[in-house]
Design a protein around this ligand. Structure first.
Ligand SMILES: [Zn+2]
Ligand SMILES: [Zn+2]
Ligand SMILES: [Zn+2]
Ligand SMILES: [Zn+2]
Ligand SMILES: [Zn+2]
Length: 311
């Protein structure tokens, strides 16, 4: 991030540590640069303030954590590791990043099949399409678990909060009704972190948006260099642990049927870097219906601030 007053005639006096007290969206190296930039900034300050407030709203999503899971961790003073161990999901499958002993994001490799698994029996996880179509709009984890016929004790919400947060953002932005009209929904997803090791969970968007092709551009500095530009097609749900479950054959039939596009699909593309640097290039191919930064940090994550300004 740069001082917003840079280039105004005098040199910057160091890193931009001082935020605009009203919008909080721009920062300055010094009081004198803040004062000299005010003429220009006053026009955008209001709009930025509104935007920053909306970002706070985004932090109140109902689909962030499974209450059941977090209550257990808090009340019983249980550690993440032992919570995961008791359920047989410590340091395995997509859970590998869910405690601090997990793998680092930079070493992630999506093509390793162990990264596509819930490591649960099929009763405890959504490894296949829904048995009933999504009827009403879901507004809580309880709605979701009931629709997907998963018992509330299952901790899958800990990983499903990524796709469900997207689902919720699409609902509150008014795009929910649009998805019945458009066949392709394009999302710019900023600042992915550990979800890079859990990309298979985004397959759940097939169930949440039946008949829609959901395309997500994931853009952030945590995307490793060697994965920059990678495209990932999700034609199946994240798998359960049962060898003979039909979730595996669903996968096989789609992987041999090259060219047979199923109506609802989820495609992902990874981009390394910051949104404000990559925005123009990425938007050439896919102009976003929705831009979202689910790791919430956006307000606190200063390197994204120029991004907010350009939105
Ligand atoms: Zn400056
Ligand atoms: Zn400015
Ligand atoms: Zn301001
Ligand atoms: Zn652990
Ligand atoms: Zn299964």
């Amino acid at each position: 991030m740069e001082c917003a007053g840079k280039g105004s005639g005098t040199r910057c006096l160091g890193p931009p540590r001082k935020r605009c007290g009203r919008c909080g969206a721009v920062a300055y190296c010094s009081a004198s640069h803040q004062i000299s930039h005010w003429k220009e900034h006053r026009e955008e300050c209001d709009r930025l303030e509104q935007q920053m407030k909306r970002l706070d709203l985004l932090n109140d999503f109902p689909f962030t954590f499974s209450q059941e899971a977090t209550v257990q961790i808090n009340e019983k003073q249980e550690s993440r590791c032992s919570f995961l161990s008791k359920r047989g999901i410590h340091q395995v499958g997509m859970w590998i990043c869910e405690c601090c002993c997990g793998a680092s994001i930079t070493s992630f490799n999506y093509s390793r099949p162990e990264n596509n698994t819930w490591n649960f029996s099929s009763i405890l996880c959504p490894c296949r399409g829904p048995s009933s179509p999504i009827a009403k709009s879901l507004s809580s984890w309880k709605d979701y678990y009931e629709w997907r016929c998963i018992p509330l004790c299952s901790p899958v919400a800990l990983l499903l909060h990524w796709p469900l947060t997207l689902y919720h953002a699409i609902q509150i932005s008014g795009l929910g009704s649009l998805t019945f009209e458009v066949s392709k929904l394009c999302i710019h997803y900023l600042g992915p972190e550990k979800e890079l090791l859990q990309l298979a969970v985004f397959g759940e968007l097939r169930a949440l948006f039946p008949g829609v092709h959901v395309h997500i551009e994931l853009i952030g500095p945590a995307v490793p260099q060697h994965r920059d530009g990678d495209k990932i097609d999700l034609y199946s749900y994240a798998h359960c642990i049962e060898e003979d479950c039909t979730c595996k054959s669903e996968n096989e039939s789609t992987s041999c049927g090259i060219g047979t596009r199923i109506s609802s699909a989820v495609t992902l593309q990874l981009h390394r870097g910051f949104y404000h640097d990559r925005f123009r290039d990425i938007s050439k191919n896919s102009f976003p219906h929705l831009v979202i930064a689910p790791n919430a940090g956006i307000a606190a994550y200063s390197s994204w601030l120029p991004t907010i300004v350009c939105l």
